[in-house]
Design a protein around this ligand. Structure first.
Ligand SMILES: C[S@@+](CC[C@H](N)C(=O)[O-])C[C@H]1O[C@@H](n2cnc3c(N)ncnc32)[C@H](O)[C@@H]1O
Length: 321
């Protein structure tokens, strides 16, 4: 059995019998006025963060969501789009699609604004999406891509890039891990399917996105997720896994490389009213400007009177590029 089949089997079980602890996080479940999330969707919240951000959902966004789980984020996205077929959910596991369909029907009873037709559910694989080119404004996945090995991960990212419109947004939540994992862990199909042994360092994750063509990256959240300890897992060392929320925007690739926002700001503290780097960045004295890492480094080099703050890993828009 391949690792992909092992993952499908695990999520078939998790569709038939909700597993509350499967991908539990410290993330709050977003509640909005008039939104009532059925209990079963909460029990089947198999994500490791949130992919639903109001800032991405302006102007009648068409949303694709890959790896549907119990349907909670489909419902949250539908809250904003409220149109037939405004949200498309794709999953490779029949039982998960069915569970999601049932849960959305339940949600209809407690959410007077919601119709099941707002969400279109399709059978399909993340590495070969049944979706037209450049048809989506937002494409989301939560806690699926970390399961993939590099070949499938590259294909899945390329597929998301293909289906997004220009300037469309790939929004994701996934575990990452900065420590090396041994081959026993890496090749354990069950742990990989559980989102415990497939995660890669953030820098590598971001590089796969920028290599696929995404010109802007935003790291929106970074939190503690799990540890793999020697007394429970085949490892000599304690391994810490984090989860990130990240957006990759299909902006054209800048000539000098991608803009990667990690939450840095630049503050000019010289004696002039402002500092102008002549490249589009004007820093008013003692006012923070959110900058991408590339601009932060260039500004720090260009003046002794500029303070650059550290990455917060919580960037929420605004800024230099
Ligand atoms: C960890 S769960 C996350 C579910 C959901 N995103 C959430 O946050 O609750 C992974 C989901 O991806 C689906 N899945 C697994 N392999 C897939 C593949 N190759 N293509 C599409 N979906 C897949 C599973 O059936 C499951 O719904």
């Amino acid at each position: 059995m391949s690792y992909l089949e092992a993952a499908s089997d695990l999520y078939k079980e998790a569709a038939l019998q909700p597993d509350v602890g499967l991908c539990c996080t410290t993330n709050p479940v977003w509640q909005f006025p008039g939104l009532s999330i059925p209990e079963i969707m909460l029990e089947m919240n198999y994500g490791c963060g949130s992919t639903v951000s109001t800032q991405d959902l302006v102007n009648d966004s068409k949303v694709l969501y890959v790896g549907v789980g119990g349907g909670m984020e489909l419902l949250q996205f539908a809250y904003f789009s409220r149109q037939n077929g405004g949200v498309t959910g794709v999953d490779v596991v029949d039982e998960m699609l069915e569970a999601s369909r049932e849960n959305l029907k339940l949600a209809e009873k407690t959410n007077e604004w919601f119709r099941s037709e707002y969400v279109k559910l399709l059978k399909g694989d993340a590495t070969q999406l049944p979706i037209e080119d450049q048809s989506m404004d937002v494409a989301a996945q939560n806690c699926l891509f970390n399961i993939f090995k590099e070949e499938e991960l590259k294909k899945a990212i390329a597929e998301m890039y293909r289906v997004l419109k220009p300037h469309g947004r790939l929004v994701m939540s996934d575990p990452i891990c900065e420590q090396p994992m041994n081959e026993v862990l890496r090749n354990d199909d069950h742990l990989r399917a559980l989102c415990l042994s497939g995660s890669i360092p953030l820098k590598q994750y971001v590089k796969l996105l920028t290599d696929a063509g995404f010109g802007t990256i935003e790291i929106r959240g970074r939190k503690s997720y799990r540890v793999l300890s020697p007394n429970h897992y085949p490892t000599d060392q304690l391994i810490h896994i984090e989860s990130i929320e990240i957006a990759a925007i299909k902006d054209p690739m800048p000539q000098d490389g991608p803009c990667i926002f990690t939450g840095k700001t630049a503050i000019y503290y010289g004696n002039e009213p402002y500092f102008d780097d002549q490249k589009g960045h004007v820093l008013v004295q003692n006012q923070p400007l959110a900058v991408c890492d590339k601009t932060a480094a260039a500004l720090a080099r260009s003046s002794d009177d500029i303070f650059v703050s550290k990455s917060t890993w919580h960037y929420n828009g605004g800024g230099c590029c």
